[in-house]
Design a protein around this ligand. Structure first.
Ligand SMILES: [Zn+2]
Length: 139
């Protein structure tokens, strides 16, 4: 699954364009990428040079096509993260990643084809939600 799969049916056909050496196919791909970069200009410009940035845009974009926080709408990629809708994020992350944490989770989500049960929150809303659910000592 890819971020543009959700809610962008008009451009969906470009997903079917294979990566080929055929010049016609390449120009279709270029047109698609131009559109995608235009839509995601700010975060993409900031992150496109890093491997992690590309992965993060992909993962965040899947759960939030507008690349923004589900609660407050903040769209700064640096603040956005994946939240377990039902809570228990720390235990689950430990379960699937072992001792690794943090960025490894994005790789896990991609490798597992973006399983349901997650949403995109900014760091603030994530912390507020943890306090509300008493998953966190703060507050
Ligand atoms: Zn937020």
């Amino acid at each position: 699954m890819a971020p543009w799969r959700t809610g962008c049916g008009r451009y969906r056909k470009w997903l079917e364009v294979p990566f080929s050496k055929d010049p016609a196919g390449r120009s279709e791909q270029r047109a698609y990428h131009r559109w995608w970069y235009a839509l995601h200009r700010e975060p993409e410009r900031r992150y496109r040079k890093t491997k992690l940035g590309k992965l993060k845009v992909l993962v965040i974009g899947h759960y939030s096509p507008s690349l923004s926080c589900a609660r407050c709408g903040v769209s700064d990629m640096r603040a956005l993260c994946i939240d377990h809708i039902d809570g228990g994020g720390r235990a689950h992350t430990r379960e699937v990643l072992g001792t690794r944490s943090g960025n490894g989770f994005y790789y896990w989500l991609k490798a597992n084809h973006f399983p349901p049960g997650f949403q995109v929150l900014c760091a603030n809303c994530n912390l507020i939600k943890m306090i509300e659910n008493k998953e966190c000592w703060a507050g």
